[in-house]
Design a protein around this ligand. Structure first.
Ligand code: LFR
Length: 488
């Protein structure tokens, strides 16, 4: 209808997509505004063994991004619409190294590569973990950017670009570091909202290793002429910074309403990882918070994502991969139905154990972890699936309880967004174990958050996060799960 549309590039650890987003009124005679998504291109992603390490095949990903933008241009043109801007989000932490000529010098390492583990101790000898936490508020994870950088041999003449920033650079020629993702590096001051340059110096890293910060909603640049020509978009199409950390975009689209007491909600961004926590105005940098390993990542509009990065559906998808190699390919719904029929109270694992980070025979690793607790887990997919679900739900409950205590908040409702919001067993178990109402959906929260920040930058939406979230509530059917205490 000649309207404006927004392209969201949203890449996760196992798949990517390019999506067109539209914000418009619900229908004739209605004043209600809604946000709608149309997927125009999908592609797989996975960590791959390249040059002796676990890396991302970035060249292949970027080729898919271009294909997706071309598809977006075609779909929009067919409807007489104009793609106003492009927003990019991916997983956090990882980066590509670019030389003076602007070339990527190697495919970026994946956070699942083990090389950063050996860098942890040397970094902590120079920067005490308590001091690091007091400034960055970042949860300790062996793969945080700071440890990955410390394991680089030579950074002379190179710039580091976080993955979404690298894509934005290749599209526009402009180098920036988007702030929500910068907050996952371990080199970002959570209070000042600036680079913690003293940490860069302490590690012998150049102050300009990363490009300057940019905030969600600001313009990175317009398309390079050759890119615009290749994908068929106008050269004045902007690349707009969004919450480029996928979790920041997902949390921006959590359908929290005033009914949730305004702020008395917890969220679980459920995908490869489970990001479980609260939205706060100020970071919690206490020693108790550090001991509980809570992170203070930056969200859209300067909010704080106070959460723990917990194991997630990676545990199940990796089991499925192993079972498929053994010739067993159960449908996910069939597997979950069989798991739901099993009695509660079975053995559990600690889904956060770093033992589960690398991709290798997950069913056996899970059984080995259970054996170490002195119990036996039968080698049967339904039982292993149930063990994963019970362990995740128990972990969520623990984490939400810890967050309430550490941030001095009370949670009335738990919002589950992302792929895991479609997992009814996990949502019900989460309600049962937390004893709280669970509201599931939308599944595509990340892309919604990406589109909404672009729409606001273009004037197609307005207000703060509450107003943007209201658009999500008006556009999506959400599923409610109430605790069934009898099931425990
Ligand atoms: C989720 C996520 C998490 C981050 C992990 C690694 O996709 O971005 O927030 O801790 O991936 O980057």
């Amino acid at each position: 209808d000649g309207g404006t549309v927004f392209a969201a590039v949203d890449i996760g650890a196992s798949s990517g997509r390019v999506i067109l987003g539209r914000v418009h009124t619900a229908g004739t005679g209605s004043s209600e505004r809604i946000v709608e998504l149309e997927v125009v291109h999908r592609f797989p992603n996975a960590v791959v063994e390249i040059d002796g390490g676990l890396r991302w095949d970035f060249d292949a990903l970027f080729a898919e991004v271009l294909k997706g933008l071309a598809a977006a241009a075609t779909v929009a043109a067919a409807q007489g619409e104009q793609v106003a801007s492009i927003g990019i989000d991916t997983w956090a932490v990882d980066y590509g190294l670019v030389n003076k000529a602007g070339e990527l010098v190697a495919q970026p390492f994946s956070y699942r590569d083990d090389r950063s583990r050996a860098a942890v101790e040397p970094v902590h000898r120079k920067l005490d973990p308590a001091r690091l936490y007091g400034t960055t508020g970042l949860q300790f994870l062996q793969f945080n950017t700071i440890y990955q950088l410390a394991s680089e041999k030579n950074l002379d003449g190179l710039h580091a670009l976080l993955i979404p920033d690298l894509i934005a650079f290749l599209l526009t020629g402009q180098r920036r570091t988007e702030a929500t993702n910068a907050s996952t590096t371990g080199l970002f001051d959570a209070v000042a909202g600036e680079w913690a340059t003293e940490f860069l110096s302490a590690l012998g890293l150049r102050k300009d290793l990363f490009p300057p910060l940019i905030q969600p909603g600001e313009t990175v640049g317009t398309l390079l002429p050759e890119i615009a020509a290749q994908v068929g978009l106008r050269q004045d199409t902007r690349v707009v910074a969004v919450g480029s950390h996928d979790t920041a975009s997902a949390v921006a689209a959590v359908p929290a309403t005033a009914d949730d007491g305004g702020e008395n909600f917890a969220y679980i961004s459920s995908g490869t990882w489970s990001l479980v926590g609260l939205e706060l105005k100020h970071p919690v940098l206490t020693e108790a918070s550090r001991e509980a390993n809570f992170t203070n990542e930056r969200g859209v509009d300067g909010t704080i994502r106070y959460l723990r990065n917990m194991g997630g559906l990676w545990l199940l998808s990796e089991c499925q991969r192993t079972w498929a190699q053994e010739g067993f390919r159960p449908e996910l719904t069939a597997l979950l139905t069989a798991a739901a029929a099993l009695p509660p109270g079975g053995p559990q694992i600690n889904p956060d154990d770093s033992y589960f980070i690398a991709p290798d025979n997950m069913p056996e690793r899970i059984r080995a972890a259970v054996r170490r607790t002195g119990e036996i887990l039968p080698d049967d997919p339904a039982t292993i699936t149930r063990c994963i679900m019970d362990s995740l739900a128990a972990g969520y409950a623990r984490t939400i309880r810890d967050a309430e205590r550490l941030a001095d908040r009370t949670v009335d409702v738990v919002h589950v967004v992302g792929g895991g919001s479609q997992n009814r067993l996990l949502c019900q178990l989460t309600a049962d174990v937390t004893g709280k109402k669970v509201v599931a959906g939308p599944v595509e929260a990340t892309a919604l958050g990406n589109v909404l920040v672009q729409a606001r930058a273009a004037g197609a939406a307005s207000g703060g996060l509450a107003e943007l979230r209201a658009l999500v509530v008006q556009s999506h059917n959400l599923q409610v799960f109430v605790p069934e205490l009898s099931r425990l």
